[in-house]
Design a protein around this ligand. Sequence first.
Ligand SMILES: Cc1ncc(COP(=O)(O)O)c(C=O)c1O
Length: 353
Amino acid sequence: MRKIAVPIMRPQLASLVKVNEYLSQTYSNGIFTNNGPLIRKLEENYAKYFEVDPELVVCSSSATIALEGATSLSEASHFHCPAYTFPASALAVLRAGKSLSFHDIDLESFQMKLEEIPNNSDHGLMYVLPFGASAINVNLYSFKSVVIDAAASIGNKSLNIKDLPHSWVVVFSLHATKVLGIGEGGISIFGNKKAADTYRAWINFGFSGTRNSDYSGTNGKLSEISASFGLAALDLVEIEFEEWQRSRDLTNKLEDSLKLNSFSRKLSGHNPYWIVNLKSNEEKIETTEKLTNAEIQYRDWWSKGCHKMAAFRSFTEGMEFPITDMVANQTLGLPFFRGMSEEQAEAIHECLS
Ligand SMILES: Cc1ncc(COP(=O)(O)O)c(C=O)c1O
């Protein structure tokens, strides 16, 4: 039988026909960046999508820069971060010049444990909603300086940001691999307008009305070109969601017949991952060998955890993160993308059965 190679992902952006409706506006406007009309429209449309005030929504060139801005402008000087996350969450804290500590995660939610985190205004939390999750630990609401890294949760409408506490920020990624992806981009939702305005200046060299840097900032603006892709994607959101759901229906069927269970299936809404929980590291190694032989790609999206990465060694030396280790050793990212075919699903089924 012919082998069917299956990629781990197949990023797709909005159709060029739709994108062109907006790109042609940028050409006739003659405005290609610097908070032009399409960025403002994208922020308005995202405000409708999230049901928040448009003044609280700010687009940026990536989620990573948005996380850096949020931590940089926070009153907290020290941030707590889960060991199990994409390194961008922790790198943003370091780039913001704040001190950093890592914490282990909860086995069910893969979210940072809050018990050991001091609750005072000098300590901020880089709280990661993993892989498109929306459920927030209720104890988080007692913390003041909170940055929520919701990079992959934009397709999960159960994430309630309508009543965001005043000093919190939620950040989503518009990277090409994400739901509603545009290539590179990020969106931040702030709990108050003053913080949103300050951050708007921060991504524009610290300019607030003049050409003088009022404070340290950077260039983190999203261009009108990227906004065209964002507006087109949002116009087509219902179609995109149906496509993600069709792929999820396929992987749910595979899970049932292969008696697998996954972290991804428990989540509501739409996210771009299929992360299965295996019973042991031995089973994981066996599974990856079978997948390699069948030319089916897999990925450890967050590798072995930040505590195993050279960039963070000085923050984690001598510390133990047993749940992070267990999750990293027993979970595996399998192929998941819009337009996944019955044939590709069958190839995965055949390989793993
Ligand atoms: C948890 C998390 N945070 C941050 C990022 C970075 O997002 P971006 O690529 O938009 O900078 C990612 C990217 O996958 C992520 O998974």
